[in-house]
Structure formats: structure tokens, C-alpha cells
Design a protein around this ligand. Structure first.
Ligand code: RUB
Length: 327
């Protein structure tokens, strides 16, 4: 098929919808799903010309890109796959795109497992780890620790409003880790029983700030006050290249219904006579300044946050080189 209008495969639109609705969530998982969607777009393309193929692929990438703004792993994944798209025929473009997506996904998995082994070195037998949200990079550290015979326990913050802590609790219990689930407001009290705070990241800025699920910054400040080290597990696809030139990371604002159900809203509005309006704000992420973070653990080693810019420069360079390029 060839027309002026880009053709986006329904599977790409379905993945974009799943990411936007958080049926697919978490920075690494989003990156993986986006790369897989581009591969599907390439495989199923019936573009008549190379130009039409590239136009459709770019439109697919744009649709995926516009789903969620904060996790830089998403644009980083899309750029990686598009960069590998090459060839003079539709068929060559198809196979190079699929190969590029497959390489990206394999590297993502390898990076996570490598990072896990590095992060596990920070954990000692019998340690208690406090988690926030659900991070597969953070979980990889615990998994690697368990594999090397280090037993840990976990205090898992529920993580309102979407309660991703329940996913973490289940995953940890599957791994055999005893879990204590707490509401977010109980975190400071339980820091006294905690040896490490361990969280993931959606984006890491050049100054070492960590952008992660809302509540991470408050937890990190409390942990610093209690003397509990804060460890951030983040593959290098979480490094945000634009922040090297001073851009800030967009914080996603999500819908009110995640905080107040539509029934609750109806009841509130039904009893609003003479009252001031009620506005709900629902930011999904926050920024933890580098001074509250002890270590950023990547597949390239662990870094004090203030030095992450060195790794960013090394990986991104002056030009278009990307952080997942290790060649
Ligand atoms: C998820 C979240 C996770 C990071 C890291 O937010 O903040 O901590 O994405 O996850 P949401 P991972 O649930 O809103 O997507 O280590 O799996 O990449």
C-alpha cells in the first residue's frame, strides 16, 4: 500500500495505547515494548517504496514517543532502532529494522543482568532493602544477590496512587524474599530497620538528579536524615542526553481518576454548595537532587551521581553516539 498518509500497523497503536494506559509500564519494559513494536511495523509493512517504508516507520515511532513523556528510555529505544534502519530496498529496510530492534532488546536484557550483578555487590547477607514503585533494574540487583547466596528481606512501599509496590511485593515473594508491605506514609518509621533504599529511574539528568516515581525524593531525603544509603539502579538507556545541554525532564501529569474515583468526584461535586472548588494534581514522577543519592548503579559500573556526567559524555560524545553503544 502506498499513499501520502503514513500507515501505522494496528499492533503499534495497540502498544502505544498499552503504554499510555500503563498496561505496559516501567522504563525498561516500555523501551523493550517500543522496540518490539517497531520491529512488527517493519515486518508487516507493505510499503511500495523505501521512502514510504521510512515515512511509516517514523510515524510509528512518533505515535509511540507521544505516549509518556518522562522515561527517556522510550526515545532512546526509538532512536536506537531507527539508527539501525538502512538499505536501498524495502526488503533491506525491513530486515535491518528488525535486526536493530532485536539487538536493542538483547542489549537491554544483558545490561540489566550486568547491572544486577554490580548492584548486588552493595548488598550483604541479612540486609533489609526498602523499595519504592516497581523497578526491574532494582529487582535485578536483588535477584543477583540471591543468586550469589546473599539473603535479603524487603520493606516495600505501596506507592500510591497506582500501587506498583504490590507488583514488587509479588515478584520478591516469588523469588523467596520475605516482604513487609507498608503504606507510603510509614516509610520514615521503617527506615530505622532498613539497610538500603533501592529504587529505579525513569531518567537521569547530567547533574546526577534522579527522575523516578513520585515519592522517591521524599524517601531519599528521609533516608539521608536517617543515614540509610540510597542506591539507584538504572541502565544507561535511562541517561537523558538532552540534559547535557541544559534541558529539563518533563514530568508527566496523570489524570485525576487515579487519585479520586469518578464516584468520589460525583459525590464531592454533589455536595459542593457554598464550598471552594477541589482541584486534584497527580504528578507521576519527581526529581531527587544528587546530594540525596549515594550511588547510581549501571551496567557500566556504579557512579556517585555527581560523576554520571562523565559517563554521559563518554557514551554520547560530542555527536550523536548513544549510551547503549558500547562498541
Ligand atoms: C515506573 C517507575 C520505575 C522506573 C524504573 O513508573 O518509576 O521506578 O520506570 O523501572 P510507572 P525499570 O509505573 O509510572 O511506569 O527499572 O523497570 O526500568
Amino acid at each position: 500500500m502506498d499513499s501520502d498518509q503514513p500507515v501505522v500497523d494496528p499492533a503499534v497503536t495497540a502498544t502505544a495505547d498499552d503504554i499510555a494506559a500503563m498496561r505496559i509500564r516501567g522504563a525498561a519494559t516500555i523501551a523493550d515494548a517500543a522496540a518490539a513494536a517497531l520491529a512488527t511495523q517493519a515486518e508487516r509493512s507493505d510499503a511500495a517504496t523505501p521512502a514510504a517504508f521510512e515515512r511509516d516507520l517514523r510515524a510509528s515511532a512518533r505515535e509511540l514517543y507521544e505516549t509518556r513523556p518522562t522515561a527517556v528510555s522510550l526515545p532512546n529505544a526509538l532512536r536506537y532502532v531507527l539508527r539501525g534502519t538502512e538499505g536501498d530496498t524495502v526488503s533491506a529496510l525491513q530486515s535491518s529494522t528488525v535486526e536493530s530492534a532485536e539487538t536493542f532488546r538483547a542489549e537491554l536484557e544483558q545490561a540489566q543482568s550486568k547491572l544486577g550483578k554490580i548492584g548486588a555487590n552493595r548488598l550483604r547477607d541479612g540486609d533489609v532493602v526498602m523499595t519504592h514503585c516497581h523497578s526491574t533494574d532494582a529487582l535485578a540487583c536483588i535477584e543477583a544477590a540471591l543468586e550469589s547466596g546473599t539473603a535479603v528481606e524487603a520493606i516495600v512501599k505501596e506507592t500510591r496512587p497506582r500501587k506498583q509496590g504490590h507488583i514488587t511485593a509479588q515478584r520478591l515473594r516469588e523469588l523467596g524474599v520475605p516482604v513487609t508491605l507498608i503504606v507510603d506514609n510509614a516509610a520514615r518509621r521503617y527506615l530505622d530497620e532498613t539497610d538500603h533504599v533501592l529504587v529505579g529511574a525513569d531518567s537521569i539528568a547530567a547533574d546526577g538528579s534522579v527522575i523516578n516515581k513520585i515519592g522517591t525524593s521524599g524517601l531519599a531525603v528521609n533516608a539521608r536524615e536517617r543515614g540509610v544509603p540510597v542506591m539507584v539502579a538504572a541502565q544507561t538507556i535511562k541517561l537523558h542526553p538532552d540534559t547535557m545541554t541544559g534541558q529539563t525532564v518533563a514530568i508527566e501529569m496523570r489524570e485525576e481518576a487515579e487519585v479520586l474515583s469518578t464516584d468520589e468526584r460525583t459525590a464531592i461535586d454533589g455536595n459542593a454548595d457554598g464550598m471552594a472548588p477541589l482541584r486534584v494534581e497527580n504528578p507521576a514522577f519527581d526529581v531527587t537532587p544528587p546530594r540525596y543519592v549515594d550511588a547510581i548503579v549501571t551496567e557500566r559500573g556504579q557512579f556517585p551521581p555527581e560523576s554520571i556526567v562523565t559517563l554521559m559524555r563518554e557514551l554520547f560524545g560530542e555527536t550523536t553516539a548513544e549510551p547503549w553503544d558500547t562498541t
